[in-house]
Design a protein around this ligand. Structure first.
Ligand code: IMP
Length: 172
């Protein structure tokens, strides 16, 4: 596996994810949560985050893909839908990275139509310099510069999701 420059170490990720879980636990104050992971990039973040949340919770997944090219168009296709209704539930969307914000905007709008009691977003990484739309992000792990990153669930062309840290990808 090629070696990439480490942007965020495994230890720093673990520490921050624990802090996020503690904040979520405090703010939801014992309420049950439906945690929705956005596939595939969020799978490791979600796995660690839920182990730091002490509320009763259930987990569901949404699969999404952008229709065109490498740049997000905002035209998102749901490739795997939720298995249960979320009406009246406290929903927490767990996303790996917010880049243009278009994918998340679509997901938030879509989930709102299903009438959850509340809807919040936890994302590991935010790249605000690339934002085309701003979607409220209640829980953000790290704000990063405009770099393409891989590891800890994030991929380039399907690869490198298994790196334990977040690394900057600058080509092979
Ligand atoms: P957005 O619609 O532009 O916000 O794109 C969000 C999606 O693009 C994320 O969920 C990722 O799947 C992907 N993405 C954006 N930036 C990166 C990156 O730096 N590395 C890996 N995937 C990325």
């Amino acid at each position: 596996m090629p070696k990439f420059d480490v942007m965020i170490s495994q230890d720093k990720i673990a520490e921050r994810v624990r802090e996020m879980g503690a904040k979520i636990t405090k703010e939801y104050a014992g309420k049950p949560i439906v945690v929705i992971g956005v596939l595939k990039g969020s799978f490791l973040f979600l796995a660690d985050l839920v182990r730091s949340i002490e509320n009763p919770l259930t987990i569901d997944f949404l699969g999404v893909s952008s229709y065109a090219g490498t740049e997000s168009t905002g035209v998102v296709k749901i490739t795997h839908d939720l298995t249960k209704p979320i009406a009246g539930k406290h929903v927490l969307i767990v996303e790996d990275i917010v880049d243009t914000g278009l994918t998340l905007q679509y997901l938030v709008e879509n989930l709102k139509t299903r009438n959850p009691a509340s809807l919040r977003v936890a994302c590991l990484l935010d790249k605000p310099s690339r934002a085309k739309v701003r979607v409220p992000l209640e829980y953000v792990g790290f704000t990063i510069d405009d770099e393409f990153v891989v590891g800890y669930g994030l991929d380039y062309d399907g690869l490198y999701r298994n790196l334990p840290h977040i690394a900057i990808y600058r080509g092979e």
